[in-house]
Design a protein around this ligand. Structure first.
Ligand SMILES: Cc1cc2nc3c(=O)[nH]c(=O)nc-3n(C[C@H](O)[C@H](O)[C@H](O)COP(=O)(O)O)c2cc1C
Length: 163
């Protein structure tokens, strides 16, 4: 798994009918004082703000670790990433992937959905059964593979993040 910072890269393919969708996946460790109530507050505020910026996605929280899938217009997602980087409610942020391509959103109705670590595979498997577009299918399989790396261990306690 390659961990890297998102970068300003090439422009997406021109002439496509579907507008390009920018996507970032990262994981991080919640800081000590962040409990379930704090996570709920993060998600409520995120849903409101993401709706304004055209961002959709999913936040997985389990065993003190966040895993977030963000997709939307490049400028909006990058602006959010800048805020996330300085948010003191999490630390040890590790970028897992960044990608831009013309495809439909994986979770079009989720301004930010909170999913628990134990349910994440069911959610992704359901989504996989629903998508037919090969780009969406590939994006979902990549996400599933990343989740498997983090939540796939027999022991539900997560492996430590690199510090
Ligand atoms: C794990 C985590 C996920 C977050 N996800 C979002 C999000 O999807 N959208 C959002 O607007 N803010 C999100 N936030 C909050 C932002 O970091 C930031 O606090 C928020 O955008 C408000 O910034 P402001 O207080 O400077 O206005 C998240 C914070 C954390 C810790």
């Amino acid at each position: 798994m390659s961990a890297h910072q998102p970068s300003l890269g090439d422009e997406p393919g021109l002439g496509s009918e579907i507008p390009p969708l920018y996507n970032v996946v990262y994981c991080s460790r919640a800081t000590a004082d962040v409990d379930d109530a704090a996570v709920q507050r993060i998600v409520c505020a995120a849903q409101r703000r993401n709706a304004e910026g055209g961002i959709t996605g999913m936040l997985v929280f389990g065993s003190g670790v966040f895993f977030q899938w963000l997709e939307g217009p490049r400028a909006a997602v990058l602006a959010l990433m800048a805020l996330l980087r300085s948010d003191r409610r999490h630390e040890s942020i590790v970028f897992l992937s960044e990608n831009e391509e013309a495809r439909e959103r994986l979770f079009p109705t989720w301004e930010m959905e909170l999913v628990s670590g134990e349910h994440i595979r069911d959610v992704l498997q359901d989504a996989l059964n629903d998508v037919h577009d090969p780009h969406d299918n590939a994006a979902l399989r990549a996400l599933l593979a990343e989740v498997e790396l983090r939540w796939g261990a027999a022991d539900p306690a997560l492996s430590p993040l690199p510090s």
